[in-house]
Design a protein around this ligand. Structure first.
Ligand SMILES: *Cc1c(COP(=O)(O)O)cnc(C)c1O
Length: 380
């Protein structure tokens, strides 16, 4: 069959409908276990920690969207990332983007390090830094692009070229752009990971996480880890993400449209010091983004000139909610220093620029003028 466009794939998923009844909405197979037709016989489903039809439809849909070999669904993004770390052994070293989700940093530093994994954090948006961070035991590169919250862009193809020459695995956290705007596996990465809680689910109502792999190299191992640890996504939550993803394209287009307007408005605001939005032509990562992505997404970070104003802004926004998380239809404003990046040591945060003046905006699908008016009154 002719390759479909991503806008069509997000709507139709993998099987698209239930083959048994024709149900357009894929059924929620709310069952822990499955009856065997006879000894040594199986319907293909035995026990839901291993496989569940609803979760399977979602996993195959994710694989299809990322253009990968297989997908795996987890109860959160962190469960997905923790599962990836189980691919490594004590003594292995991983190079990581220094500007990344605080929970990932906490997992690596407080859990994985105790189990013998080593991590080095560098600015992967400048690949000149890579050589000095490599060790004899380096096995993988783990990046976020655009990074969270400083929106630094890493050239995935260039990173993969270096990784391949050194026999390293490339892992990309694709939460911020989703396969709708960026497909790292097509650019050569080996593994993609997602917090599906964000844009994929899209409605701030379900936690989820995903791994998608380019080829069969890690397929059996990941299946084994997934069913052994058991942090799988429930049938109902799988259905919520399947349902949410149908509008992924519409949502992201609108969120990006709103974000461009808001980023430009913020740029002209007397209280704003600097705006970090990948879609602004003056952004350092603009050219690479144009090369490797189909869009810039809906995430904006910005610094205000005086830290004293932060408290007022967070208190006075009315439509935009002061809350952790991102990617949903509702606009949210976050204070990374104390929220998403609270677990990162101050000295590292300061170096990155995650300071008391930085705010992060996840732009929703509301009327953009209402969002601008809301910011305007809160910043007055
Ligand atoms: C939220 C987030 C995670 C963690 O996902 P959860 O679903 O909250 O466990 C990982 N990476 C990025 C970039 C995130 O934004």
């Amino acid at each position: 069959m002719k390759q479909l466009h991503i806008e069509t794939k997000v709507v139709h998923g993998c099987k698209s409908f239930d083959p048994h009844t024709g149900s357009i909405s894929f059924p929620i197979y709310q069952s822990a276990t499955f009856r065997h037709p006879g000894l040594n016989q199986s319907t293909g489903y035995d026990y839901s920690r291993e496989t569940n039809p609803t979760r399977e439809e979602l996993e195959k849909t994710l694989a299809r969207l990322e253009n990968g070999k297989a997908g795996f669904a987890f109860s959160s993004g962190m469960a997905a990332i923790a599962t990836i770390t189980e691919l490594f052994s004590p003594g292995d070293h991983i190079v990581v983007s220094d500007d990344l989700y605080g929970g990932t940093y906490r997992l690596f530093e407080e859990i994985c390090q105790r189990h013998g994994l080593e991590f080095t954090y560098i600015d992967t948006s400048n690949l000149g830094n890579l050589n000095a961070s490599l060790k004899k035991n380096t096995r993988a590169l783990f990046i976020e692009t655009p990074s969270n919250p400083m929106m630094k862009v890493t050239d995935i193809q260039e990173l993969v070229r270096i990784a391949k020459s050194l026999d390293l695995i490339t892992i990309v956290d694709n939460t911020f752009l989703t396969p709708y705007f960026q497909r790292p596996l097509e650019l050569g990465a080996d593994i993609v990971v997602h917090s599906g809680t964000k844009y994929l689910g899209g409605h701030n109502d379900v936690l989820s996480g995903f791994i998608v792999i380019k080829d069969g190299t890690f397929e059996e191992k990941l299946k084994l880890i997934q069913k052994s640890i058991g942090a799988v996504l429930s049938p109902f939550d799988s259905w919520l993400v399947l349902r949410g993803m149908k509008t992924l394209g519409l949502r992201l287009e609108k969120q990006q449209h709103n974000a461009i307007r808001i980023a430009n408005w913020l740029k002209g605001h007397p209280l704003v010091e600097k705006v970090y939005y990948v879609g602004l032509p003056e952004h350092e990562g603009f050219a690479i983004s144009q090369k490797q992505c189909a869009g810039f997404g809906g995430m904006i970070s910005f610094t205000i000139k005086k830290a004293e104003f932060v408290e007022k802004i967070l208190r006075d926004v009315k439509i935009i909610a002061f809350a952790e998380s991102l990617g949903g239809v509702e606009s949210l404003i976050t204070y990374p220093m104390v929220q998403t990046h609270g677990s990162i040591p101050q000295e590292i945060r300061e170096r990155l620029g995650v300071n008391e003046k930085l705010l992060r905006l996840s732009v929703g699908i509301e009327a953009v003028q209402d969002l601008i008016d809301d910011l305007d009154q809160a910043m007055r």
